[in-house]
Design a protein around this ligand. Structure first.
Ligand SMILES: Nc1nc2c(c(=O)[nH]1)N[C@H]1C(S)=C(S)[C@@H](COP(=O)(O)OP(=O)(O)OC[C@H]3O[C@@H](n4cnc5c(=O)[nH]c(N)nc54)[C@H](O)[C@@H]3O)O[C@H]1N2
Ligand SMILES: Nc1nc2c(c(=O)[nH]1)N[C@H]1C(S)=C(S)[C@@H](COP(=O)(O)OP(=O)(O)OC[C@H]3O[C@@H](n4cnc5c(=O)[nH]c(N)nc54)[C@H](O)[C@@H]3O)O[C@H]1N2
Ligand SMILES: [Mo]
Length: 693
């Protein structure tokens, strides 16, 4: 038979959301490539997704429903039928729902970003039950909330414009690893003479390729932005017309930043005053010349206590210099609000009959699983349904998470492709399909295209799409609303609000054929102001922040754990630790693909020669990283990639692939960010010692 080409979309939690072409021969997928026609994919896939076939056809794929036969966490299972699996789950959930529906908790994140296999049928199912809500905070809420206070919505510079920028600040991101197709644009800009500056405590793969690298201390970005504002104002590197017309609260801002001299900023950030001055001058002067200055603001800097404020402050910078006037100027954090997703149709919150249920934060899942019934908390969690996520590996303060998952009185269902660290704790483990085996529709958070994912091959073994699993469970539980019968195709057709100007051209049948289409959003969204804030301006002063009990003006919120903010703790644990993504993993996805894991080798800890020397640590030695919450081991990589006072453990390893069965989340904390209740993965102090040989 001749091969056919199927149009698909990369499902992973990455800003790039690539358009893919799958070659299928005799029912078998034989090649996965990037669509050369798609403007941001440009025919290229990252190293991970280029190996999507190795993942889909992996010998360890879960192919049948299973039930646990060993202890929780041991990972011993035996095959059962779908009937037995669904009957067991439906009986247990029906019994709990009759007594205490909020004792049931879904736990999911972005294993797939698809709007169908993400939260559509599953959301309907849990609304109907009246289950607890999950606050999905583990990744981006601090920054999203902070950005929205200044700008109003998740919208900014179009990634396709960056090639025309003359100065690009890559702030708290490592695009070579985690936003590859943005990096392509940056290379084009560089060829056209743009200057690239990385702002990152770590000399990442990206930072080493920029013209300049400012290695500040983690969690001090808000201060750097305040220092830049100070210099911009003091040296009159401003766009006064833009400020007058399109911003709110300039006079108060001016007063606020008066004290943030380059010297004070430098001291807070652990850099030189010269670096602060030069950065601000370059930013302001380039804009004053009429060249486009753009900031790619990523999530690295918001996984700390003051992460929301840091993003809020940085988001004020473009308005000060009028950078928004140009399509290639401004700032891009996320483009999600380019998409009018029809959540009401997809998720059907109207199915809820009782009042609004309680909300439990996914970033504190350890504590939440360990809490007893009480008037403030409500009922103890009795059933947990996990899909699209691997919390035992990725959630903070893992010792508590594992303890919660190990509870004998907790009923846990996990929908997965593989037997992850989390799956080991399941009572019932269900095989889910991969992106090649199911239908979906996608938005993106790093560009403006909607995408269709057609199924390329039949499900492997007895695997089923998430939506189908919840459809079957709904039927078992007697949920007869017609929406529980909708097919994945019918759900996808409702993804975007056609009455919204951005998605008027959305038509599912066409999208499936063409693969992708751009949303209708202007190139320079705030050239003439029109910010989607309450005032319609970029809000240096935010009444909404004041109402939320926050400082209404840009300020600096120090980390929970740092040498400066917590000297007592630092006596015991003097090193800051961050654990950003490893290039060859996608969070904890792909860690079990041998070719990718071999490239990463084993868990490493990057440590500066001076910090290594005082501990007698040599390159290649095994070290133990610890604090009061826990410990894990890694192999030391002694180099100046990590600035002094900082250690870096690229992540997120499956615990079971580490020699000691642990990963970086042993030492991270469940404390949350200033805004959005986000996780503070990079707000951690540790001590490091040599392992006994
Ligand atoms: N290959 C790969 N790609 C990914 C992912 C992956 O796991 N692997 N994950 C995806 C997901 S879920 C997300 S959210 C995005 C994340 O994408 P980004 O937000 O770009 O995050 P990272 O690539 O983690 O880059 C974060 C950088 O921030 C730096 N950093 C850490 N703390 C601070 C700080 O306090 N201040 C500053 N200025 N920098 C800091 C780190 O050293 C790191 O180099 O990437 C997505 N893409
Ligand atoms: N220490 C540390 N911890 C971190 C971070 C960090 O930088 N450092 N980053 C944090 C961030 S930004 C994020 S976003 C989270 C990510 O956390 P998660 O969203 O949990 O991401 P993954 O670890 O990739 O796990 C996704 C799981 O979903 C499964 N999956 C994929 N597609 C499907 C599907 O269609 N159906 C079903 N049923 N399952 C599917 C995959 O097999 C995989 O096991 O981790 C956070 N944890
Ligand atoms: Mo994320």
């Amino acid at each position: 038979m001749t091969a056919s080409i199927v149009r698909a979309a990369c499902p992973h939690d990455c800003p790039d959301t690539c358009a893919m072409l799958i070659t299928v021969q005799d029912g078998v997928a034989t090649e996965v490539r990037g669509d050369p026609e798609h403007p941001t994919t440009g025919g290229a896939l990252c190293t991970k997704v280029a190996r999507y076939l190795q993942r889909t056809y992996h010998a360890d794929r879960l192919l049948y429903p299973m039930k646990r036969i060993g202890k929780k966490g041991e990972g011993q299972f035996e095959r059962i039928s779908w009937d037995e699996a669904l009957d067991t789950i439906a009986a247990r959930l029906t019994e709990i729902a009759a007594r205490a529906p909020q004792a049931i908790l879904p736990y999911s994140y972005a294993g797939t970003m698809g709007l169908v296999q993400g939260d559509s049928m599953s959301a309907r199912f849990f609304h109907k039950i009246g289950a607890s809500y999950l606050d999905r905070t583990i990744c981006s809420t601090a920054g999203s909330v902070g950005y929205a206070y200044s700008i109003g919505a998740q919208l900014g510079t179009d990634v396709e414009q960056f090639e025309h920028s003359k100065l690009i600040l890559i702030w708290g991101g490592n695009p070579i690893a985690s936003n590859l197709h943005f990096w392509t644009r940056v290379q084009q800009a560089k060829r056209r003479g743009a200057k690239l500056i990385a702002i990152d405590p770590y000399r990442s793969l990206t930072a080493e390729k920029c013209h300049q690298h400012i290695a500040l201390l983690p969690g001090t970005d808000a201060a750097l932005a305040l220092g830049m504002m100070h210099v911009l104002i003091a040296e009159d590197l401003l766009d006064e017309d833009y400020i007058a017309e399109h911003t709110l609260g300039f006079d108060q801002l001016k007063e606020r930043v008066q004290d943030w001299t380059p010297e004070r900023t430098a001291q807070t950030c652990g850099i030189s005053a010269e670096e602060v001055l030069q950065l601000a001058r370059e930013y302001g002067a380039t804009a004053q010349r009429g060249d486009a200055v753009a900031i790619r603001l990523n999530y690295g800097l918001q996984r700390v206590r003051g992460g929301g404020m840091a993003v809020r402050n940085i988001a004020c910078l473009p308005a000060l210099v009028g950078a928004w006037r140009q399509a290639a100027g401004g700032v891009l954090l996320a483009s999600a609000d380019a998409f009018p997703v029809n959540n009401r149709a997809l998720q059907r919150s109207d199915l809820r009959t009782g009042g609004r249920p309680r909300t439990l934060n996914m970033s504190t899942i350890g504590d939440n699983l360990l809490r007893e019934t009480s008037p403030e908390f409500g009922p103890k969690v009795e059933a947990l349904i996990v899909y699209n996520s691997n919390p035992v590996a990725v959630a903070p303060e893992s010792p508590k998470v594992a303890e919660g998952f190990a509870r004998d009185d907790l009923f846990t269902v996990v929908l997965e492709h593989f037997q992850t660290d989390t799956a080991d704790y399941a009572d019932i483990l269900l095989p889910a399909t991969t992106q090649l085996e199911h239908v979906d529709v996608h938005m993106a958070y790093g560009h403006h295209y909607m995408l269709a994912n057609n199924a390329a091959i039949a499900p492997l073994g007895e695997a089923k799409p998430n939506a189908e699993i919840f459809r079957l469970l709904a039927a078992r539980m007697g949920f007869d609303d017609p929406c529980f019968q909708e097919s994945d195709d019918q759900i996808a057709a409702q993804a975007f609000k056609k009455q919204d100007v951005r998605a008027q051209h959305f038509d599912w049948e066409t999208l499936k054929l063409v693969g992708w289409q751009k949303m209708n959003v202007p190139d320079a969204p705030f050239a003439n102001g029109g910010f989607p804030t309450p005032s319609g301006k970029c809000e240096f002063f935010s009444a909404r922040m004041q109402a939320a009990g926050l400082d209404p003006l840009p300020t600096f919120i120090a980390p929970y754990e740092s040498v400066a903010s917590n000297p007592e703790l630092a006596q015991q644990y003097p090193l800051a630790m961050i654990s950003p993504p490893a290039r060859n993993f996608m969070n904890s996805t792909f860690v079990n693909v041998q070719s990718l894991r071999s490239t990463e080798g084993e868990p490493h800890l990057d440590i500066h020669p001076s910090d290594a020397a005082t501990r007698g640590i040599e390159d290649g030695q095994r070290v133990r990283i610890y604090n009061d919450r826990g410990s894990f081991e890694a192999k030391a990589r002694v180099s100046d990639r990590a600035r002094p006072g900082l250690v870096v453990g690229l992540s997120i390893w499956w615990k079971k692939f580490a020699e000691d069965g642990k990963n970086a989340n042993e030492v991270t904390s469940q404390r949350v960010t200033d805004m959005g209740n986000g996780a503070t993965f990079y707000d951690v102090l540790v001590q490091v010692e040599k392992c006994p040989t």
